[in-house]
Design a protein around this ligand. Structure first.
Ligand code: LHQ
Length: 258
């Protein structure tokens, strides 16, 4: 069985972490395979939204600690540079929306991979833990960048220092994620969001992501110029033409992602 299941259905690239007997913890093979599948999603035109979830009851417990403790394993050297950092940059630079569908515990790098996604939804029984300090590490996979921007410095600092596990409901209240759904409707609701995104003007969504990526570091003037640059790109798409025509003709637009 592959540690990553990948299928494309109705313009959605479904990526499933698939080591359920290991709480979907990442070994090197799984991290490299995830990178490969993210690359495929980025380059395949038919994929207009990416949906990331975990098999079974877990999203992911982060790094498989048995692998880092194994003297015959790949070791700690370059683990971030080769395994996790490219995953985060591939998600942030993916020219289409990435939805994290958090179906259970998301710990360590598992949590921070979810938080790097464009929309994070969780089932009510899911939980999030910045587990790193519990094993004398520091948060990685972009967590020190993403989390304070999502929930503010104070809460991010407390969660990272203490390593407290918080419920999906607490996470939603803090602004860490978009929505929490009851367990029985969670998957249906998550798929509805992905379906909506997969039928939207894909290029404009990619431009929104790009401009948002820069808003964390640009000043207002720089950001206004970037908005101008990308608004012009958006206005040059076929989907913009279709969106305006459909609005004026009072009909549903048929966006093709062009
Ligand atoms: C595990 C794991 C796991 C192996 C549960 N590995 N076995 C970057 C740089 C370099 C190196 C390290 O990593 C990183 C990135 C990272 O992600 S560091 C953070 C790594 N992750 C963690 O520290 C999380 C550790 N796990 C937990 O805190 C808990 O297990 C969670 C909150 C995930 C789940 O708690 P429970 O539902 O209470 O389950 P459990 O603790 O009883 O675990 C079930 C089994 O899974 C257990 O094994 P056992 O043989 O007793 O059934 C755990 O040892 C194993 N397991 N996480 N990451």
């Amino acid at each position: 069985m592959s540690s990553i299941i990948f299928e494309i259905k109705n313009n959605i690239g479904f990526i499933t972490f698939n080591r359920p007997d290991k709480l979907n913890a990442f070994n090197r093979e799984m991290a490299l395979l995830l990178q490969q599948k993210l690359d495929e999603c980025a380059s395949l035109k038919e994929v207009r939204c990416v949906y990331i979830t975990g098999a079974g009851k877990w999203f992911s417990a982060g790094q498989d600690l048995a692998e880092v403790a194994d003297p015959n394993g790949p070791g700690m050297n370059k683990i971030l540079v080769e395994q996790y950092n490219p995953i985060i940059t591939k998600i942030r630079h993916m020219p289409k929306p990435v939805v994290a569908v958090v179906n259970g515990v998301a710990a360590g790098a598992g949590a921070n991979i979810a938080l790097a996604c464009d929309i994070v939804v969780a089932t009510v029984s899911a939980s999030f833990i910045q587990a790193f300090s519990k094993i004398a590490l520091i948060p990685d996979s972009g967590g020190t960048y993403t989390l304070p921007r999502l929930i503010g410095w104070q809460k991010a600092s407390a969660l990272m220092l203490l390593g407290d596990k918080i419920s999906a409901i607490e996470a939603e209240k803090m602004g860490m994620l978009y929505k929490v759904f009851e367990d029985d409707i969670f998957e249906t609701e998550a798929k509805k969001i992905a379906t909506t995104l997969s039928q939207m003007p894909t290029k404009s969504l990619a431009y929104i992501k790009h401009v948002l990526n820069y808003s964390a570091t640009n000043n207002l003037e720089e950001q206004l110029l970037l908005e101008d640059e990308f608004q012009q790109k958006a206005a040059a798409t076929k989907d913009f033409n279709e969106g305006v025509r459909a609005f004026l003709e009072k009909r549903k637009p048929n966006f093709t992602g062009e």
